[in-house]
Design a protein around this ligand. Structure first.
Ligand code: PMP
Length: 444
């Protein structure tokens, strides 16, 4: 039973708020959150939860850092808004891009500011189209993976390879081709790593040859599939697809919207394999999720090709000074507080516990992921790897809340992705709470 106040809030919410990426006229029925601090959030009933999802894997620095709020306030006091469209400049966007240039992979130091991950990906596609137009080619096909996530806009919805059919009545633009993803535990090609010869990567070569390289604009890939369930590729995958794209002269876009800024134990996930994309998209943890901001980072080659061209994509909020000032402070914190190194270390610790204590559970089939982006595959039966009924997703989320955990389950994937600042003690407390949720599952 919840208080009347909570009940009324939930009723209003269900009747008046159309929840994005959700069902219209429906909410989860959980008391709304109203306070947050560090790795914990509190609901209107006063109950506290450890946030082991960093909300949408974006609150990397934990909730409600005062020092970031102060920077936002200082920028608000000085200049809340001036536009950067049509060649006008503002100081916060310049200063932030100078800082960002120091941490991105080599040469990717030309930036288009957007507001979200989706519009960063969308703009990246348009940049790819324009790049080839300048070269006198018309390339429009976009390659991506099944089970990927790149947004839900008209342009990006087609590249997203998960939950196919969910928005079939809103046909996306452009021509999108999906390839098998790199999920070894459930290999779509029914191969076994490492004897497989990374056929999922070789498949890209095959598709390009058969579709014709002269009409393919780009290949977009997450260096670890995020909303698809925290699935990391085998080590040879990213270097090989990079090589294939270079061979065919196709732009390689790394979607680091979720993996960027330390999540996988490196500043950017592509660094695990020393891969340098032609274009990289960023958002989410760029402001620790506090304010909306996205970036498309492009290589010298792409920038120099586009120089002098009219760039159509953009929005009124491109380069918003408050968002850029906050992003600057967030980046300072990532560096000064060695957040990425901490994420790598604490991620190793969490992984060791998950492997030792959770993997032997009857309904946990596999563990994957890098840094603090760790995914458990929930199965009915370890031998058959059968995926439980869809209701199990909500059931686990509900049980998690009962045990004081805000957690993220995507289909049958339990995604462990707490704020990167989490301490070892809080990891222990979170995993101690998670254990009974998974140990008590009865799925047969
Ligand atoms: N790409 C990836 C890899 C993502 O995880 C997301 C968001 N979950 C997006 C793109 C879209 O970002 P946004 O929700 O900010 O539009």
């Amino acid at each position: 039973m919840v208080t009347k106040h909570t009940e009324e809030l939930l009723k209003w919410d269900a009747d008046h708020i159309l929840h994005a990426i959700g069902t219209v006229g429906y909410n989860q029925g959980f008391a709304p959150f109203e306070e947050a601090q560090g790795v914990r959030v509190k609901d209107t009933e006063g109950k506290e939860y450890i946030d082991i999802a960093s909300q949408l894997v974006n609150v990397n620095l934990g909730h409600n850092r005062r020092d970031i709020a102060e920077v936002a306030k200082a920028q608000i006091d000085k200049m809340m808004y001036t536009s950067t469209l049509r060649g006008y400049a503002n100081v916060p966007s310049i200063e932030y891009s100078q800082k960002l240039a120091q941490v991105v992979p080599k040469g990717l130091d030309h930036f288009l500011f957007t507001m979200t991950g989706s519009d960063a990906d969308d703009c990246a596609f348009k940049i790819a189209n324009l790049y080839y137009k300048v070269k006198g080619e018309r390339r429009y096909k976009i390659l991506s993976l099944f089970n990927s996530y790149h947004g839900t806009l008209r342009g990006t919805g087609g590249a997203t390879g998960m939950a196919k059919g969910a928005d079939a009545e809103c046909p996306p633009c452009g021509e999108h081709i999906h390839l098998p993803n790199y999920f070894c535990y459930r290999c779509p090609l029914h191969k076994e790593y490492p004897g497989c010869g990374i056929e999922c990567a070789e498949f890209l070569d095959y598709v390009i040859e058969n579709e014709g390289e002269d009409n393919i604009a780009c290949f977009i890939v997450e260096a670890e599939q995020g909303p698809g369930g925290f699935i990391s590729p085998p080590p040879e995958y990213l270097p090989r697809v990079r090589e294939i794209c270079s061979k065919h002269g196709i732009l390689f876009i790394a979607d680091e919207v979720m993996t960027g800024f330390g999540r996988t134990g490196k500043m950017f996930a592509v660094e695990h394999w020393n891969v340098v994309p032609d274009i990289m998209t960023l958002s989410k943890a760029i402001t620790s999720g506090y304010l909306p901001l996205g970036v498309v980072a492009v290589s010298d080659e792409v920038f120099n090709t586009l120089k002098g061209q009219y760039l159509a994509p953009g929005s009124s909020e491109s380069g918003n000074p408050i968002c850029c000032a906050v992003a600057s402070k967030v980046l300072d914190i990532y560096k000064e507080e060695h957040i990425v190194e901490h994420a790598a270390e604490i991620g190793k610790y969490a992984r060791a516990r998950l492997e030792k204590e959770f993997l032997p559970l009857p309904h946990i089939g596999s563990l994957s992921g890098l840094g603090l982006m760790l995914g458990l595959d929930i199965v009915v039966d370890k031998k058959t790897k059968a995926i439980p009924a869809p209701e199990v997703t909500n059931l686990i989320q509900r049980r998690g809340l009962e045990h004081g955990l805000y957690l993220r389950v995507m289909g049958n994937r339990l995604c462990f992705g707490p704020p990167l600042v989490i301490s070892r003690e809080d990891v222990d407390e979170a995993l101690d709470r998670l254990y009974p949720v998974l140990a008590e599952l009865q799925l047969n």
